[in-house]
Write a protein that binds this ligand. Structure first.
Ligand code: F6R
Length: 243
C-alpha cells in the first residue's frame, strides 16, 4: 500500500485527478472503475477542468461504477446514474454507450448482478478502480460482515450508512434500504486501486486500515491488504490519527 499525503481536500482532488488523467493518457481505452459520494466530487471537477483546458480525451475510455441504490429510477435526483451524469459524464466526451452502472431498478436483481459481472469481464476487467471509504470501513457498499468472495450482489445498507447518506435526501426514511454493489472480489480483481479519504470523519477508518495488516470481515477495507497495487491519497485530517 502506497500512501500519498495531501494537504487538504483541494490538494487531494488535484492529486487524484492528475493520477487518473495520466493513466488515461497512457491507455486511451482504459477501464475506469468509478465511485460516487462526496469524496470524488473534487477529483471529477479537476478532471473536467483539465478536459476543458487541455482536452484530454475520454472517447475510448470505458467506465463501470461500483454501485447503485435499489428502487430509484435512473433519472431520480439521488440515483448514482444522476450523480455520475451531473458530476462527470455530461462534461466529458465519454460516449454514453461506454459508461456503465448497475441497474438498481432491474426486475430480477440477481440476474442484473450476473449481467454486470459479465459486462466487467467482457471489458477485460477494471484497470483502475477509484474508491472512497465509509466511516465503518465499507468500500463500495460492502458493509462490515460481508464475505470477501462475492462479486456484484445486493446488500442491505446499515443504518449508519443510510444515516451518512441521508444528507442527500429529505430524511433517512427516503434513503433506499438496499443497493447493488460490486463485491470485494470484484474490487480486488481490478489491476490497480486508488482509495481517497478526506476529513476527520475518516481518520479512524484510515488509522485502522494503516495500523495493521490484519484482514478482518468486520472491516471491509482491510481486504485491500490482499491487493498488491493499492494507492491511498488521504489529506492531513484523514491521516490525523494514523500519523
Ligand atoms: C460510493 C461508494 C461508497 C463511498 C463511501 C464514502 O460509490 O461506494 O463506498 O465511497 O460511502 O462516501 P463519501 O465519499 O460520501 O464519504
Amino acid at each position: 500500500m502506497k500512501i500519498i499525503e495531501a494537504q487538504d481536500y483541494g490538494d487531494l482532488s488535484l492529486k487524484a485527478a492528475q493520477y487518473v488523467i495520466a493513466k488515461v493518457k497512457e491507455k486511451s481505452n482504459i477501464v475506469l472503475g468509478l465511485a460516487t459520494g462526496s469524496t470524488p466530487e473534487g477529483t471529477y471537477k479537476e478532471i473536467i477542468r483539465d478536459f476543458n483546458d487541455h482536452h484530454t480525451s475520454y472517447r475510448y475510455v470505458r467506465s463501470v461504477n461500483l454501485d447503485e441504490y435499489v428502487g430509484l429510477s435512473k433519472d431520480h435526483p439521488n440515483s448514482y446514474h444522476t450523480y455520475m451524469f451531473e458530476n462527470l459524464f455530461r462534461h466529458l466526451d465519454l460516449p454514453e454507450d461506454q459508461r456503465f452502472l448497475p441497474d438498481g431498478n432491474a426486475e430480477d436483481l440477481e440476474d442484473e448482478c450476473r449481467r454486470y459481472d459479465r459486462l466487467i469481464q467482457s471489458l477485460g476487467g477494471v484497470d483502475l478502480q477509484l474508491l472512497g471509504i465509509g466511516q465503518n470501513g465499507h468500500i463500495g457498499f460492502n458493509e462490515p460482515g460481508t464475505t470477501f468472495d462475492q462479486r456484484t450482489h445486493t446488500v442491505a445498507l446499515t443504518r449508519s450508512t443510510r444515516k451518512a447518506n441521508a444528507r442527500f435526501f429529505n430524511s433517512i426514511n427516503e434513503v433506499p434500504a438496499h443497493a447493488l454493489t460490486m463485491g470485494i472480489r470484484s474490487i480486488l480483481d481490478s489491476k490497480e486501486i486508488l482509495l481517497l479519504a478526506s476529513g476527520k470523519s475518516k481518520a479512524e477508518a484510515i488509522d485502522r486500515l494503516l495500523r495493521n495488516q490484519k484482514i478482518d470481515q468486520d472491516f471491509p477495507a482491510s481486504s485491500l491488504h490482499k491487493h498488491s497495487n493499492v494507492i491511498i491519497i488521504a489529506d492531513r485530517d484523514a491521516l490525523s490519527i494514523a500519523d
